[in-house]
Design a protein around this ligand. Structure first.
Ligand code: NAD
Length: 353
């Protein structure tokens, strides 16, 4: 791997390789872009198969954070960190050593909890650095806010694609009934939607059936249902060459991260089928908006106003996509890049004056 070429291709500003012997630590902090503000991105701990796989994950996810924050109109940049370790080897010493590396960046990178890390772990990292978020849940956690954002995104998609202001009587297929999926089902049920749901947990299915009168289907049958909206609320990579030909819904709108198997190819496949895809990092930004607001001092009214903007941003993206005849994921990227460029120009003008 040509390191600088790989990093340069995605436009990263800085990549920090953290290494230590006592305790044994290997971590990578990727800072993609700080034009809008300090890089924000959670830390995941995984036993990656190779250092290269860890670097690729950090680079890809940090770039995604830049676009997510820009589309959400939040003044933070994009970052992400990975600790290369097996969860069984997660010790307090390791977490504190990682915290000292975060501290060396002096606030250029702010982090929180992702795979295999808990709020308690973040508290341990926070013993060495103030640049952590999600230590305490000041607002009830991100999932309800994420679900609200997805619900508003669905409303925008229905308005644009089905020319209706109302969800009443629509059919929605929900894949995954976890923290976000279940909250989303509640919003949809309250607005007269007929729910078709699946999960690998029978207990979760039974609960949603009981609470919201949902119809359960087998996990593999969720793609081919004759519904108005397919909402992926579980896994990444589920929009691919095998599943897209089976999807009948004219709208895909859900919170799962990295839904497109291959961004360009599968984005194009959806567009060719006339399916309106809500880019995942735009529709699921409620969680980031929530964390950001916790960081600056939680104000529910302000946070919810920012979440409501997801509706407007998606409409803007759909319009760009239609006007410029590009996929919605490409339109989202262009919108984010425009906002980043504007921020850079403003900074440049401020320095020059
Ligand atoms: P979660 O872990 O609480 O829920 C995921 C659910 O998916 C679980 O109920 C699980 O049993 C189910 N599931 C797993 N495999 C499945 C399969 N093959 N078929 C059907 N269901 C399956 O996660 P969450 O917090 O609800 O997040 C859902 C998705 O949204 C994830 O991709 C997450 O990364 C993304 N996301 C979440 C937030 C947030 O605020 N929680 C924010 C942004 C993005």
């Amino acid at each position: 791997m040509n390191l600088f070429e790989t990093v340069g291709q995605m436009g990263h500003e800085q990549v920090l390789f953290c290494h230590g012997k006592d305790p044994d630590i290997k971590a990578i902090i990727a800072i993609h872009d700080t034009s809008l503000g300090p890089a924000m991105g959670a830390t995941r701990l995984l036993p990656y198969v190779s250092d290269e796989a860890a670097l690729k994950d950090a680079l890809r996810l940090s770039r995604g954070m830049t676009y997510k924050a820009a589309c959400a109109n939040i003044p933070v940049g994009g970052g992400k960190a990975v600790i290369i370790a097996h969860p069984d080897n997660k010790t307090d010493d390791l977490l504190r050593a990682y915290g000292r590396f975060v501290e060396t960046l002096n606030g250029r990178f702010i982090t929180g909890q992702d795979m295999n890390l808990t709020p308690q772990d973040i508290r341990k990292i926070g013993k060495e650095t103030a640049h952590v978020v999600g230590v305490e849940e000041k607002s009830g956690g991100p999932a309800p806010v994420t679900a609200l954002g997805v619900f508003l995104g669905i409303k925008a998609a229905v308005e644009f694609r089905l020319h209706s202001q109302s969800l009443d009587g629509l059919k929605v297929a929900v894949q995954g009934l976890g923290n976000v999926g279940k909250n989303l089902c509640q919003h949809l049920h309250e607005h007269g939607v007929k729910l078709f749901v699946t999960d690998i947990s029978q207990e979760k299915i039974e609960e949603v059936k009981r609470l919201y009168g949902a119809t359960a289907v087998e996990p593999d049958d969720i793609y081919s249902l004759d519904v108005d909206i397919f909402s992926p609320c579980a896994l990444g990579g589920i929009l691919n060459s095998e599943t897209i030909p089976r999807i009948q819904a004219p709208i895909i709108a859900g919170p799962a991260n990295n839904q497109l198997g291959q961004e360009e190819i599968h984005g194009q496949m959806l567009a060719a089928k006339g399916i309106l895809y809500c880019p995942d990092y735009v529709i699921n930004a409620g969680g980031l908006i929530n964390v950001y607001n916790e960081m600056i001092g939680y104000n529910e009214e302000k946070a919810f106003k920012q979440v409501h903007n997801i509706y407007n941003t998606l409409l803007e993206i759909f319009e760009i996509s239609e006007k410029e005849e590009i996929t919605t994921n490409e339109a989202a990227k262009r919108l984010a890049e425009k906002r980043i460029m504007n921020a850079r120009n403003l900074k440049f003008m401020a320095i020059a004056s």
